[in-house]
Write a protein that binds this ligand. Sequence first.
Ligand code: GLU
Length: 371
Amino acid sequence: MKNTSINLGQIDYVTIKLGTNLLTPHIETPSDYFFQLAEQIRALRVAHKKVLIVSSGAVGMGKQIVASRNVLNQNKTVTIRQKTALASIGQTTLMNTYNQAFSRYGLIPAQILISKHDLLNRQHFNTLKDTLTQLLEWDIIPIINENDAVATDELKFGDNDTLAGFIASIFDHSLLLLLTTVDAFYLKNRPVRIIRHFRESYLKYAGVSSAGGSGGMKSKLIAGKKMMISGQSMNISDGKNPQIISRLVAGELLGTWFLPQSGKTNARRRWLIHNRESLGEITVDAGAEKALVSRRASLLIFGITSVKGNFTKNQIVDIFNTENVRIGKGIVQLSAEEINQFLRETADKESLEIKYHGKEVIHADTLVVLQ
Ligand code: GLU
């Protein structure tokens, strides 16, 4: 008999991301959809899983509310100012809906609106992690969305798939479910059921993002890749399927599964993998590349051939090989200026080796290989 489920290993945390097009038709007066969602979440709680929700739908709902007042011309493209205002209108209705549906099942939601900086800055990130941990300890369900009302273009995630990946990566033994209106990722018109090794060429098959939502398939695939490198699992499925959440948590072969490509990593490395920020570039020679990729070693100063950017100690930089392929990223212990100083030094090899012996530019604990 064909195997119809996969072994997901230990799962303690389930992050569920619900897309705009999935939710918007059901928000204003909570329909069966929201009640079914609440029922499924309660079942997860009964099974001792901790549940977090990343919910889109604020802008979509805001549009519907404003349209009913005839103040927004539906045929015109929405300006950024209108979009941020629409998000603040829709967000309250969205939370009202969660409140109503959840209360029927004895669940309490808590709203968290996040700006990009809250995830990229370690201190903000730790505060967020503490808040989430406390809420989950109290058996409250965090409902997270980007704080669209104040997010400027440079300072925003823009899509909740990226945000959801970040949130799922906070906790160990965590599963991410991206629930949307398509039933899988399709490669040449065929649904892909399991991805065990991510290929960059998949991105060519992502298509354009759907009307209404922001991310589309591309941001979902990128989130999947990051989860796989983090040693965690993710699934993209049609959120309208009955009992979809419990079926996925049981490992049913539905939608598209992204399975761990690497072994487990620690929380700090997972944070780095999901963090898009980079303040410079370091190119390494073939020997260093091998040490990083196959031995997961620290990056030593002798392996560096060039540096770009003006980064300082403790900032994140990308690591490239001599063919200009990005192979990883990490937190530097030396500034660009200090590394350049080393590269300029012309003293004889022996005295350089004494001076810089074992000098780590990036420690293995804060270095991630992106392959
Ligand atoms: N934050 C947006 C909203 O609530 C959705 C972003 C997305 O579609 O990924 O409307």
